[in-house]
Design a protein around this ligand. Structure first.
Ligand code: HEM
Ligand code: HEM
Length: 188
């Protein structure tokens, strides 16, 4: 039985737009930029630029979650479709990411080299950000957004998503150094 909240339906356009913009900004633009920052910036304190930037995108993600849940409740679309299910899994798993980063950080200060927690932070982040970008496309479909909107998202998501993959390949094939190796003296 459908549980649509008819008296709140007028709120949907505003909340859905806010949700779409905030989530797209967080996953499709800001998180990839936070990754590029840690791999390409060559200034002292790069790690803190990464941390502050990613925490900002993380907070945006929480705002997107709140508006997404609100719209989902009104339209009775919470957890009966791919977008909200995958989105919830991605967001919940990313809640742990700053703490995994922090554990990496304290281990790194002791051992002065990347370890298991580093690998976890890096791969966990890559996979979840990519899934988030893909999930935005599912959201546009769910909301029956315009073809223009879908194309615009596809272009931006495609560029940043491909950038993320390229960075991963370059790091894994050692064509891009791990952060510590080129910022000797800074803490990781
Ligand atoms: C929600 C917050 C965060 C997200 C989404 C995030 C995401 C990521 C991702 C995806 C990478 C991999 C970059 C690549 O593909 O090569 C990365 C690297 C890294 N992150 Fe984060 N991060 C976050 C918070 C933090 C925090 C709080 C710390 C430390 C206190 C941290 C420390 C690092 C370090 C040191 C690396 C580079 C590791 C290496 O040498 O390979 N991150 N982060
Ligand atoms: C991975 C993170 C997510 C991203 C990148 C994302 C992005 C988007 C985008 C771009 C739209 C289209 C908005 C529009 O065209 O008006 C959308 C729609 C929607 N999102 Fe998300 N979303 C995410 C997670 C979630 C979560 C966790 C929920 C709820 C639990 C949710 C609930 C919804 C709902 C219900 C709609 C449809 C709105 C409508 O039919 O008008 N999303 N999302």
């Amino acid at each position: 039985m459908s549980q649509i909240i008819y008296e709140d339906l007028h709120l949907v356009p505003k909340y859905a737009k806010a949700h779409g913009i905030v989530m797209s900004l967080a996953f499709t633009v800001m998180m990839p930029l936070g990754v590029f920052a840690i791999r390409f910036l060559r200034v002292k304190g790069t790690i803190w630029i990464h941390v502050v930037w990613q925490l900002l995108s993380w907070i945006l993600m929480l705002a997107g979650l709140a508006t997404g849940i609100r719209v989902g409740k009104i339209l009775d679309r919470l957890h009966n479709n791919a977008h909200t299910i995958l989105g919830t899994i991605v967001v919940v798993l990313l809640l742990f990411q700053p703490f995994i980063g922090l554990i990496h950080h304290f281990r790194f200060r002791k051992t002065q080299k990347p370890g298991k927690w580093t690998r976890l932070h890096v791969w966990y982040g890559r996979v979840l950000i990519l899934l988030g970008i893909i999930n935005g496309g599912l959201g546009l479909e769910l909301a029956a957004n315009t073809t223009g909107g879908e194309i615009a998202y596809g272009v931006v998501g495609g560029i940043f998503g491909a950038g993320l993959l390229l960075v991963a390949i370059l790091v894994e094939t050692k064509k891009l150094p791990f952060w510590k190796e080129r910022n000797a003296g800074d803490i990781g």
